[in-house]
Design a protein around this ligand. Structure first.
Ligand SMILES: Cc1ncc(C[n+]2csc(CCOP(=O)(O)OP(=O)(O)O)c2C)c(N)n1
Ligand code: SF4
Ligand SMILES: [Mg+2]
Length: 363
């Protein structure tokens, strides 16, 4: 894998990675005219769907890493429903729809069948939403990890059951409004103290690779998928993806919301191997959690008709805990090149970005 180099592209209102500043071999998979278009146009995702974006980048990266030799098993959920309205399909690779509960087991079965046939080159990906992964598919996923099956499993986490009308999942954050955690009563929204963060649970299985990523840094996601495909065994990537419908945000704000999720410490971006955290993506500048909450209508009840400062403070404490726990603000251990920030080859340019942010010239 070529080293992944972060290059800021100075464009008003955005910090997207500027391919044109990179050597051709370092450019994103999407910049490659020979990319697979693994999930191609014509699907029926909502405008601005983070899951469609994340899956597109992840699968194209996997296709490039394997020379197009990938089979995917997909849990029921938005990604499956919007991509395969019978008799059509947007998938440009062998793709199997599993049940809601069993994508990791179906992926395991495909890997076992390939092994039985003596095929050691075709690679297997399982994928699903947070409901299919964190809730109903979790036993199959844990089994896949524990057995060390040769599968990369990717969870696209939009923090609720979006496909069926935005019900709470175990990945729904506290205080968020969903159809089943409504913005009424003394403690509106999802309760505190429930849910689970599967990346750390995956790490506890001591599998060869675990990573988190977001759609705010798609080059990082690509690099993590490419790295995951370079190794064998059970691997897990958990991608934070914005859902404009469920979050109550404008479709043009998907990437901005994901960026705020990382820069407030709400969602830690890290990678790990065999039980240890091996790299974290540092926060460029720490923002208060309010900047992440306010643009989302699922948190509107925290600000209207009265501010709920005590709830906002509890959410701030959760973000601060992530920052402390993962060392998001300090210099720390560096990863394999996928999720690394800090004093890299473009440190000067990143410093320039920070200056512009301080001066309020870019957001
Ligand atoms: C056993 C079972 N229960 C319920 C459903 C209905 N169902 C289909 S998709 C879905 C929610 C999917 O949520 P998630 O996995 O988070 O994916 P998203 O749609 O949010 O991307 C549900 C409840 C089902 N297909 N099977
Ligand atoms: S409801 Fe959300 S996850 Fe589903 S297609 Fe629309 S934006 Fe994507
Ligand atoms: Mg979901």
């Amino acid at each position: 894998m070529p080293p992944y180099t972060r290059v800021p592209f100075l464009q008003t209102g955005s910090l997207v990675v500027g391919n044109r500043l990179l050597a051709p071999e370092q450019r994103t998979v999407q910049a490659d005219p020979a990319r697979a278009n693994a999930i191609t146009c014509g699907h029926r995702a909502c405008q601005g769907c983070g899951e469609a974006l994340g899956a597109r980048y992840a699968l194209d990266a996997a296709m490039r890493a394997t020379g197009g030799d990938v089979i995917a098993a997909n849990a029921t959920g938005c990604l499956e429903v919007f991509s395969t309205p019978y008799p059509e399909s947007s998938w440009q690779l062998p793709w199997v729809h599993s049940l809601f509960a069993n994508a990791p087991a179906v992926a395991t079965g495909i890997a076992a069948a390939l092994r039985a046939k003596g095929n050691d080159h075709t690679r297997v990906i399982g994928q699903g939403g947070d409901g299919g992964t964190v809730d109903i598919g979790f036993a199959c996923l844990s089994g896949m990890f524990e057995r060390g099956d040769d599968v990369l499993y990717i969870c696209y986490d939009n923090e609720a059951y979006m496909n069926t009308g935005v019900q709470r999942s175990a990945s729904t954050p506290p205080a968020a409004r969903t159809a089943t955690t409504q913005a009424v009563g003394p403690d509106p929204g999802a309760p505190f103290g429930q849910g689970k963060f599967v990346p750390l649970i995956a790490l506890a299985h001591e599998i060869p690779y675990v990573a988190t990523a977001t759609i705010a840094d798609l080059h990082d996601l690509e690099a993590k998928v490419e790295h995951a495909m370079s190794i064998r065994g059970a691997r897990y990537i958990h991608v934070y993806v914005t859902c404009p419908l469920g979050f109550g945000v404008d479709s043009g704000d998907s990437i901005r919301i994901a960026r705020l999720a990382t820069e407030t410490g709400y969602f830690p971006v890290f990678e790990g191997a065999y039980g240890d955290i091996t790299g974290v993506t540092k926060i460029r500048r720490k923002l208060p959690i309010e900047t992440y909450l306010k643009p989302q209508r699922r948190y509107a009840h925290l600000f209207r008709p009265r501010r709920r400062d005590e709830v906002i403070a509890r959410l701030q404490a959760r973000a601060d805990r992530n920052i402390a726990r993962f060392g998001l603000l300090e210099t720390g251990p560096q990863g394999n090149g996928a999720g690394v920030t800090g004093a890299d080859a473009n440190g000067d340019a990143l410093g320039r970005v920070d200056q512009l942010i301080e001066a309020g010239e870019i957001l």
